[in-house]
Design a protein. Structure first.
Length: 400
């Protein structure tokens, strides 16, 4: 599956950061990580830190799947509002899921410091505003639920938002004091480079073809003809996991994004805020670390890469017009692209074991919280490797 198209901004901005070979000799390891995006890089960081011998493979160039198309907005807010999630899975699981994403932002900051990252990690507030008058009542309910759960939030009126952020056509919203952004493409490369120095082996253009198991090991055959003998397999294959798991558990959508020319005035005004709204599908906006403005949205059901890509020009124009209505300034597009992402019935990821895959673990951080879910999965993987059950397993498991 083609997970992205056109020229995602991050690929052009960063160029070729690091290259890796394909695998042409048989290998043995404790853990094989399948997938070389931001999720695989984070999981490799965790497993390497635990002293495990790890190999990471990807069928593409490293970090050239959906991680190259991400907008990298780091939020604790899950696509399913807290008040709704409580009704779906109960108060304990809902609040625990939100708190895990909240903690993940701090954890990413800690990792960025540890590896001396230059990926532009920056803490930001997050503004979630009502784009329609009918959304005010439930958004205020959401505000009260978050406040009651201990999250640092304030309610802003439409006038507050207009005065503080210059946004038109709003009906009030929630200001959260805990968010961030970074260049996930660059960060994933940094993580892999850091961990190859600790013993991690990375191979690109090396696709998993088959897995044959015995009692103690799995023998993995890859597209180059080599084999990997491993004790455990961790799948970090994102939305392509939908073609591996036998049952349907995720819906695929196409999403679209544009990045402006450098605008130092807009950057200074909005560099410390993430903005998203209650439209269906919702819009989201943020600045980049090199002084541009990014806006995304316009999600549609995914059919195939060709149909998705045919929509890029029209969707880009729609996003430009949306920006002009909200910010009341022209948007001069430098980059536009489309990507594929998945949504689940409750907005939560699928992280855990599957009955059809012995000695294996899946990390599927679906929805708008893919990166923060993947950070949470680092701790969950550690529990799994130590034969302990993680508190979030019940809510993130397959078959829930």
């Amino acid at each position: 599956m083609d997970l992205k198209s056109n020229e995602p901004f991050w690929l052009v901005k960063n160029g070729i950061i690091q290259t890796y070979p394909s695998l042409h000799q048989d290998k043995t390891c404790d853990i094989l990580i399948v997938g070389g995006g931001i999720t695989g890089a984070l999981i490799a960081h965790q497993c390497t830190a635990m002293g495990k011998s790890c190999i990471l493979i990807d069928k593409r160039e490293i970090v050239n799947g959906s991680s190259a198309a991400t907008t990298s907005m780091l939020q604790y807010e899950i696509d399913t509002p807290l008040y709704q999630l409580k009704k779906l899975i109960g108060e304990e699981g809902a609040i625990a899921s939100y708190r895990a994403c909240n903690k993940a932002i701090d954890d990413i900051g800690s990792i960025a410091r540890q590896i001396k990252s230059k990926a532009g990690f920056r803490r930001k507030d997050s503004l979630y505003y009502a784009a329609r008058k009918k959304d005010i009542s439930w958004l205020k309910e959401e505000f009260m639920e978050r406040k009651s759960a201990g999250f640092k939030v304030n309610w802003l009126s439409a006038d507050d938002i207009q005065t503080g952020y210059g946004l038109a056509k709003t009906y009030g919203g929630i200001l959260s004091r805990h968010g961030a952004s970074l260049d996930a493409f660059c960060f994933a490369h940094e993580l892999l480079k850091y961990n190859t120095k600790q013993g991690l082996e990375v191979f690109d253009k090396t696709e998993l073809i088959s897995v044959r198991k015995n009692r103690l090991h799995s023998l993995v055959k890859v597209s180059t003809g080599a084999t990997i003998r491993t004790k455990k397999i961790i799948y970090c294959t994102g939305y392509e996991t939908a073609s591996v798991i036998p049952e349907k558990f995720v819906d695929l959508l196409s999403t679209f994004a544009i990045v402006s020319e450098v605008d130092s005035v807009l950057y200074q005004q909005y560099k410390d805020i993430l903005i998203w709204n209650t439209s269906e599908p919702y819009l989201y906006m943020r600045t980049t670390d090199d002084g541009r403005f990014l806006i995304g949205g316009g999600d549609e059901e995914f059919h195939n890469p060709q149909k998705r890509d045919a929509l890029i020009t029209r969707k880009s124009k729609t996003l430009e017009k949306s920006f002009q209505k909200i910010i009341n300034k022209p948007f001069f597009t430098d980059f536009s692209w489309a990507g594929t992402f998945g949504v689940t019935h409750d907005g939560l990821p699928y992280i855990g074991e599957h009955k059809e895959f012995e000695n294996s673990y899946f990390v599927c951080g679906f929805g708008g919280n893919g990166i923060t879910f993947s950070v949470t999965a680092m701790e969950m993987v550690a529990f799994w490797l130590e034969n302990r059950k993680h508190p979030l397993s019940e809510w993130f498991k397959f078959g829930r």
